[in-house]
Design a protein around this ligand. Sequence first.
Ligand code: ADP
Length: 393
Amino acid sequence: MDNVYGINLIPDNDAERVAALERYQIFNSHREKAFDSICELACELFSCPISHISFLNSDTEFIKAEVGLNGIQYVSRNEGFCAVAILQPDLLLVEDTHQHELFVNHPYVVDKLRIRFYAGAPIITPDGFIIGTLCLIDMEPRSLTEKERKLLKKLADVAMEQTQLRSENLALLQQRDEFIAVASHEMRTPVTALKAAVQILHTHQDEGAVALQKAMIEQANRSVNKLAFLVNDLFDASRLAARKYSLNKTYFDLGKLINHCCDLLKVSGKHELDIEGDLSVRVVADEERVEQVLVNLIENAMKYAPDSRIILIRISRLSDHVRIEVSDKGPGIDPDQLPHIFKRYFRSENGAPQAGLGLGLYISSEIVKQHGGEIGVESEQGRGSTFWFTLPV
Ligand code: ADP
């Protein structure tokens, strides 16, 4: 897109300006309520049909929030009005585009939107870089009083404060994730060694060992297994979140893997694991990771549906994928909680006593998605849940 203004739109400090914008990690981000609310407030206060908040990098205007622009997200910097607004730190006020030499022949004035009024207040970082704008647009010419101009600039300052808070929040979350990654990584080695030592003690228990020793070893074995499980979940989840994960794909027999998982898990006794469907399916996938997903779904059914005697595992072969379902007849899941169930750290309040860190389903969903599959759940309170996932074939 050619520059429609015929003036230079790139200030001398543009590279530093774009670097300042990048610090806030807001360009290309999702829509967020706080920014939409500022635009809604602006429309309301100024009785204006259109308001938007934009951030401008070297060539594109990214519309972070808007009212009245039908969800539009990007405009070329050579075309948008905001590229002119960010050239100076004051409010750019165009009371009537038809009377303004820069805008009178602009495509948004002549045909596209037929804009008559534009006011753009710059969004300025604390160190003085103009990274974006808060704008008002109307299809009628109008003016702003001194008080209204001040108000609009103040709202742009609020948008800047929100941008800053948001980036501080992001930095804290990154710090948290890095800490979890380092902590779980450091804990894995000693926990694995401890687990092996306790296991040896457990299998080589002296027949003559006193009852107390036996009980302690049993207890240590259970605790270390639980600890190893928690540390592994933390470690896996932080690697998945940081996308430091690669799949080791092979061609294997899915039915065999399901049988193997059921044999592993049946040991605990209380539940009956039934398998149904096409057990001959073979897939190309990371066998260990698929096992992790299956074990997690079956263990969850055992944990969270303790009174469901039968847990049903069903495989069905569809045109271009296989679908694996794990169904229980347990308490089911509250419909309010369903949309959150695959999110990191989500646990329902009425969780089982042996509940984990709320990472199991998050890990499973990331593994399935990385394989190009889908994961979901159907559940009715009091009737049970069916967790399912698909793998491409
Ligand atoms: P965790 O790793 O802590 O077990 P998950 O991510 O596996 O957490 O599960 C998240 C939440 O989903 C659990 O706290 C539980 O409330 C709910 N949930 C998972 N599976 C079932 C199920 N089969 N029936 C009822 N609730 C379930």
